[in-house]
Design a protein around this ligand. Structure first.
Ligand code: GMT
Length: 374
């Protein structure tokens, strides 16, 4: 198949899923065209089946706000026509679904048929999309898509609750490519450099937005490190970073917490870590938690949104209520206090991650695409 993928090219989970999906489809022989405003961060391979079409945003001085949706639509029309695409798959509804709808209708007026799939990822529904400034457009675009998928059952239910949806939504979960994880090799050097005295290594990865409740990561860590020798790696960056550094100073943990910034290949860091902390307020899936589990790293998380579909309480880690820092720290200590328990949870995390292996999930997308093209 000849497929156009539209996504945000940044470190956000939706862009990561879209990119990994495209790479996996390309390795199976499909031709994949990424259409976005910047090279996606995980699009780091050369493949004869992968193409990248950049959407150029105008800088005409009249526009205080550049009309991205329109230039994206024009690019979609152009790429579909000249690359003879069979289908568009847009990740994150805003503004990709309505741009695809408009492109579809422009092409229809020229006698060209192009179906489009919309994958809902989370904040496009739970935070931003349901806001009245977006809701009518999102509702329309969901109803007019040729197929809609949600990355968890929880997100599907949220969508049905907040929008007047008159169509079927398929749940196709996010996935991980287990082949990318190397459990031996270079992880020892990472462990040695961050935890030279065999301290337990805790890790958090996100874009440090309010919804991630990153202050809770520092608070959980502060309780843990008072009980056992431990270090914390904070991976990513975002608006909360400054506040987090202040909190570390207040708690006198700066010497134990390392901020690594935005890291492209997180597999090695995750594989060297003992525990992943995800205390989010809201999370439609929690891709970072799944990636940790694929690296055999158990997860301490909240029980919000789609997280319980990913992290299994008592098996791959533990779940607590949002904001219950004490419970999250107690659970972390349960896992970290002795090596045998840690090993048991590491194995549990990996067994759970296997259920989301790309080789299981990819055929679900291929089947959906075929049903729209044939
Ligand atoms: O949560 C983010 O910071 C990024 C956001 C995105 O859209 O890029 O993530 C959402 O999509 C991910 C991939 O499907 C999910 O794993 C995240 O749970 C979801 N984030 C939220 O729901 C807050």
């Amino acid at each position: 198949m000849n497929i156009g993928i539209v996504c945000y090219p940044t470190f956000g989970g939706s862009g990561v899923v879209a990119t990994e999906l495209g790479k996996a489809l390309a390795s199976k022989g499909h031709k994949i065209h990424f259409i976005t405003y910047q090279q996606p961060v995980r699009l780091d391979i050369f493949s004869e089946n992968i193409f990248y079409h950049e959407v150029k945003v105008s800088d005409y001085p009249l526009f205080d706000y550049q009309p991205y949706e329109l230039v994206l639509t024009s690019k979609l029309v152009d790429v579909v026509k000249f690359e003879k695409l069979d289908l568009l798959h847009v990740h994150y509804a805003i503004p990709h679904a309505s741009a695809a709808y408009m492109a579809q209708h422009i092409l229809k007026s020229q006698g060209i048929k192009i179906p489009f799939v919309t994958t809902l990822h989370g904040t496009d529904i739970t935070l931003v999309g349901k806001d009245s400034s977006f809701e009518p457009v999102i509702t329309f675009a969901i109803n007019e898509s040729d197929a809609v998928t949600a990355v968890s059952e929880s997100l599907k239910q949220d969508t049905l609750k907040h929008f007047n949806v008159k169509r079927n939504i398929d749940v196709i979960p996010n996935f991980v490519c287990l082949d990318h994880y190397n459990y031996n090799g270079s992880v020892t050097s990472i462990k040695n450099s961050f935890a030279p005295n065999n301290e337990r290594l805790l890790v958090h990865i996100s874009n440090f937005r309010k919804v991630k409740r990153t202050e809770d990561v520092i608070k959980v860590f502060d309780i843990v490190r008072k009980q056992i020798p431990a270090k914390l790696l904070m991976v990513g960056d975002g608006p909360e970073r400054h506040r987090l550094e202040e909190l570390c100073r207040e708690l006198d943990t700066c010497h134990l917490v390392k901020y690594l910034g935005k890291v492209k290949d997180t597999e090695r860091i995750l594989s060297a870590s003992d525990l992943f902390i995800l205390p989010s307020e809201s999370e439609s899936f929690g891709l970072a938690a799944l990636e940790a589990m694929a690296a055999k790293t158990p997860v301490i998380s909240t029980n919000t949104g789609g997280i319980p579909e990913v992290n299994k309480n008592g098996i791959s880690g533990f779940l607590s209520n949002v904001g219950d820092v004490k419970s999250m720290a107690e659970n972390a200590l349960k896992i970290l206090s002795d090596d045998a328990t840690l090993e048991k949870f590491k194995d549990g995390a990996y067994q759970q991650a296997k259920k989301f292996d790309i080789h299981t999930v990819l055929p679900q997308y291929e089947k959906l695409y075929k049903s729209l093209i044939d």
